[in-house]
Design a protein around this ligand. Structure first.
Ligand code: ADP
Ligand code: MG
Length: 256
């Protein structure tokens, strides 16, 4: 059979087996293999790697979409010199994702604009790249989601227990009523030692009691969150305001 027909048959076979990327690059990899006198095994290895890489990239893309991140930024986009209270070594340790392996939590505390969400997003993206699943919600979304009457709370709880990493952003802007506090407590308790939470808050732990209807539930939640956890306290000024401040549109905050 003439070689062109064989190539066509192989390509169709690959497509039928849903090895799409291998089908696409078959011709190029064949040509390279004959030019570089690759062994059969090396040729097959190259072709398989193309398929594997394409699938990995696709998985990352799908998981990133499912994670519902508010924006996509990594720690390469983070200016450490602007925020000296963020320790680069500490972040490097978190980027190894050992905390996810050990189902530990990360708490990012600080005033608005200092990079809490940025760091949470960067860690989530790193987790997704390494094959973990992640999901991002704000506290407001979480409460609204639980309050919707569409699905039973148990089903929603399962959705929030599934991702290996759950980011809960902006805890502390809204005080929780008893119902919301109970949902939050159940979520934190059920993820405890099973799946990591990254939580961001503008409130220090001392102020947490004021967020909840009772001190007891605030301390029960904190107890579970903090047992296996790292806290990053970010001090300093808002990155959002730095350009305005530089242009003289705003006064320096008194504490700075
Ligand atoms: P918050 O602490 O309120 O969650 P964000 O993390 O959303 O603040 O930061 C606000 C904006 O400023 C984002 O666009 C973020 O990427 C950017 N940003 C904050 N800190 C830094 C930094 N140190 N380097 C680069 N960009 C930063
Ligand atoms: Mg934020």
């Amino acid at each position: 059979m003439p070689p062109v027909l064989v190539e066509e048959r192989v390509r169709l076979g690959l497509e039928r087996l849903r090895l799409q990327r291998m089908a696409e690059v078959l011709q190029r990899v064949c040509e390279e293999a004959s030019r570089e006198h690759l062994s059969y095994l090396d040729f097959l290895d190259q072709l398989l790697q193309e398929e594997q890489n394409a699938r990995d990239a696709r998985n990352v893309e799908i998981k990133t979409r499912l994670a519902r991140l508010p924006y996509h930024k990594t720690m390469a986009d983070f200016d450490y010199s602007f925020q000296p209270s963020v320790d680069k070594k500490h972040i490097a340790e978190l980027l190894t994702l050992r905390f996810i392996e050990q189902a530990e939590n990360v708490l990012l505390l600080g005033p608005p604009g200092v990079g809490k969400t940025h760091i949470a997003v960067a860690l989530a993206l790193e987790a997704i790249t390494k094959g973990y699943t992640a999901y991002f919600v704000t506290m407001q979304h979480l409460v609204d989601y639980f309050a919707e009457r569409t699905d039973p709370v148990a089903a929603k709880m399962r959705v929030l227990l599934r991702p290996k990493l759950l980011v809960i952003d902006e805890v502390g802007y809204l005080p929780l009523d008893r119902q919301a506090a109970n949902w939050f407590f159940e979520l934190v308790s059920r993820r405890y030692e099973r799946g990591s939470i990254i939580l961001t808050s503008n409130k220090s732990y001392g102020d947490w009691a004021s967020l909840f209807p009772e001190v007891a539930i605030a301390s029960a939640i904190l107890d579970r969150l903090l047992h296996h956890s790292t806290t990053i306290n970010i001090r300093g000024e808002s990155y959002r305001l730095k350009d305005k401040r530089r242009a003289g549109l705003l006064q320096k905050p008194e504490s700075a």
